[in-house]
Design a protein around this ligand. Structure first.
Ligand SMILES: [Zn+2]
Length: 107
């Protein structure tokens, strides 16, 4: 199977148009860790239990909460392309709970 690739502009992960059509301004995209679990981006606060810690190696991924496709930020920044790194099931925990917690924090 060919690797699916999202549209992206100028090596910028925030400009991804997911294979499913989702964008930052539509359903949003979430920073995640290498397991696809949304990470907590805040500093010096207690991390909600549902969210993953900011990865110490800064190896970040971008999760599409609509379809569960995950993109690796470093690949996008280096190559300007956005191949799908892997896919998670956004309807089951811990991913589902982490997505909920993420939106609770940002709204
Ligand atoms: Zn998607």
């Amino acid at each position: 199977m060919d690797t699916e690739t999202a549209d992206v502009t100028g090596h910028d992960v925030t400009t991804i148009t997911c294979v499913c059509g989702n964008t930052v301004s539509r359903d949003g995209l979430i920073q995640a860790n290498s397991q696809g679990v949304p990470v907590y981006a805040g500093a010096n606060a207690s991390i909600p239990a549902e969210l993953a810690q900011w990865p110490a190696d800064e190896d970040l991924y971008t999760l599409c909460p609509s379809c569960g496709r995950v993109y690796r930020d470093s690949v996008i920044e280096e190559t300007g392309t956005a191949p799908v790194a892997f896919r998670v099931d956004v309807t089951v925990s811990p991913i589902a709970e982490a997505i909920r917690a993420h939106w609770n924090l940002s709204t």
